[in-house]
Design a protein around this ligand. Structure first.
Ligand code: FE2
Ligand code: FE2
Length: 142
């Protein structure tokens, strides 16, 4: 059993981003519980669908923030999202075909990827965005 629990170690201190991360962690936890409970495939698929949608919206949101703020590590960060998008989509297709092992693989993949990505790439982005916002506010105040 993997632990999908958002903690302060995952905080990027951008409220909307933290909320999106929390939602993604919750959906992973829901998926894991459903698998352990032996839930029927349609129920598993409905959680996987939610997860795919939330992850896609969240990646787009962060990428928009990076572009708007002129983030220099945009390409590096986006590549990480892209790799995850591809993997998630592939596994989602397999779950849709009734392959329950793919749901387990999805959980295994996300348990590592999510935590690593949020704690490094997203926290770096959060620090940059907070500084950027402070600079904008300071300039506006002059
Ligand atoms: Fe990210
Ligand atoms: Fe993120």
């Amino acid at each position: 059993m993997r632990i999908f629990e958002w903690s302060e170690a995952h905080a990027v201190y951008i409220p909307e981003v933290d909320e999106e991360h929390q939602q993604i962690f919750r959906l992973c936890d829901d998926l894991q519980r459903a698998m352990i409970a032996g839930a029927a495939t349609p129920e598993v698929l409905s959680i996987v669908d939610d997860l795919v949608i939330h992850a896609a919206q969240h990646f787009s949101h962060e990428e928009r923030e990076m572009r708007e703020a002129g983030y220099s590590l945009y390409a590096w960060h986006r590549r990480q999202h892209h790799a995850a998008r591809t993997r998630i989509r592939l596994l989602e297709r397999r779950v849709r075909r009734g392959d329950r092992d793919a749901a387990i693989e999805l959980l295994e993949f996300l348990s590592g990827w999510l935590s690593d990505h949020v704690r490094l790439a997203d926290r770096m982005l959060g620090a940059y965005l907070r500084n950027h916002q402070r600079e904008l506010s300071a300039r506006a105040g002059c």
